[in-house]
Design a protein around this ligand. Sequence first.
Ligand code: AMP
Ligand code: ZN
Length: 666
Amino acid sequence: MIVQQKITALREELNLHTYNYYVLDNATISDYEFDIKLKELEKLETENPQFFDANSPTQRVGGEITKNFETVVHKNRMYSLDNSYSKEDLNDWEKRIQKLLGTDDISYTCELKYDGASINLTYKNGEFVKAVTRGDGFQGDDVTTNIKTIRSLPLKITSNFVRDFEMRGEIILPLNGFYKMNEERIENGEETYKNPRNTASGSLKLQDSTEVAKRPLDCLLYQVVTDERKYQTHFESLDIARKVGFKVPKTIVLAASIDEVFDFVSSWDSKRHDLPYETDGVVIKVNSLAQQDELGYTSKSPRWAIAYKFKAAQVSTILHKITYQVGRTVAITPVANLEPVQLAGTTVKRASLHNADQIEKLDIRINDTVFVEKGGEIIPKIIAVDVSKRSVNSEPTIYATHCPECATELVRTQGDAKHYCPNEFGCAPQITGKIQHFISRKAMDIDGLGGETVELLRKEGLIQNYADLYDLRVEQVIPLERMAEKSAENMIAGIQKSKEIPFEKVLFALGIRFVGETVAKKLAKHFKSIDNLLTADFDTLISVDEICDRIAQSVIDFSNDLVNMQLIDRLKLHGVQLEVSAASLKNQTDKLKGKVLVVSGVFHQMNRSELKKAIEDNGGKVSSSISKKTSYIVAGEKMGPSKKVKAETLGVEMITEQDFIEMIKK
Ligand code: AMP
Ligand code: ZN
């Protein structure tokens, strides 16, 4: 087979597997085999750059950085939808359109209203070319590189469909993916995302598309916009769109009357809580495209469509007490303990109260009857108090003044909504939480030791901090509940083995606030040892790429604490890796020391991330935007024209991929 055919065949095969998996939810190949084929394609493409295709499956992994999202005017305006809240509203709408059309022969489609961020996708000649956010409806932001990473979105339409069209849809974050992202945030000691919708729309504007590629985003389509009139009805157009590869949910139905529309609405009002993603209503559209044209638009929305908004599920119940939770990160969270009540298909016993201000604002008191709502947020919240049911001798809530776990007086720094327990090293849940984080998979990855055992060891007085782990002996552990000799030995062996874990992970394990996995990697790479890091001053810290004031300050606070310094010394004595190992330094040089390089365009001998790694390994710094400080631009094929102009005006030297390779070889 000639190379080009082989490349095409591989692309088609990979696209088909992706479609089967991400659209039809039916895997037809193992992840492993998929990766092998993808690697094979990548290799062929690198060796044969003349067959480069921006819509190849290899282009989905991200890698491009967008500093400023370009504003693009929509070819066809993106309208809002009118809202309705009751069957009467729907009946009124029907009467209006019957009058305008002069007929009562109208059928409808009913779709769920997917709760995410709207997107307009442009396809030309069956190829995906552009994705733009709704913006103000007239113009939005070009987020093409980010959208391309969404696997369920076809980049090429091979079957016979209209050639040039726009596809309208919603970028959503399915609940499972959302929960998973939050679990990771918790593990990293970062604040959790509030709801899937904001997280989805925030993802579209991330500068690093590699980061977007990691998020489990999905794209649900709901409208084909085209000048070619191949279909008579909306339903038909979506049905065909689904067949040619778009993810059009199967929940769509045709309805012959508003009564049937309402049946759909009622059934989904309760069923919606079982969906894998969130929906806040139904969108009803006139099915005939000719009738849609006749009805046209008002100044803000189509006359041929209307949204029906579900009421946020709400119940009233009694607030028994307010408890205060302490976690690994020192912030205290007030929690409402409620009389258990059914809400949107689950039993609710607790609701979040956010912070002291909110309790005060809503004047929430013990024994109050409160309204609990499950809206976009995952944890239900109290939205109001039924004051008519309040007893006369009720008293305003006094917010906790002391830590419920260690009785230390709480502090609240100015500008911060939350209270903190400052007793970092003496407050049980904080101690346990820190050690649990230390041993976790992405940190020291200690085999044979789990979260519950950590709690047990702490309670038994065997450990107070992570350094204590390395002093544990088998004989001390065996007498513990549910601990056999073998498991005790495994645990100690696991702890000893963690001394081999590389420095960047150790740094993450230390649990310095705001130093998550990625930041730890950056810091480890830059400073190379804990001593360099902890003696760096503020200015040195913030001069490191992507290290902001907040992180720098947190590192300084950490190093100013004597207890932390003692713990680090003890880890050092135990032989934990507190500097970058010689082996990992081996391939590194400082040929590019002091140089700032910008990478732009498409490369053939290495991919972008390899190129960036090569820059960093040789002591250079990668920057995403061109400035006077830029030393070189490594210019690949298809380098952005605006970058070129900027480089020329600033007189920054442009070098080719080959020049670069020679530069580091020298
Ligand atoms: P609104 O933002 O409340 O005016 O509602 C309009 C938005 O609903 C559109 O911009 C779409 O992003 C979104 N939407 C979600 N699902 C659908 C659907 N099935 N049909 C049309 N619009 C939808
Ligand atoms: Zn405490």
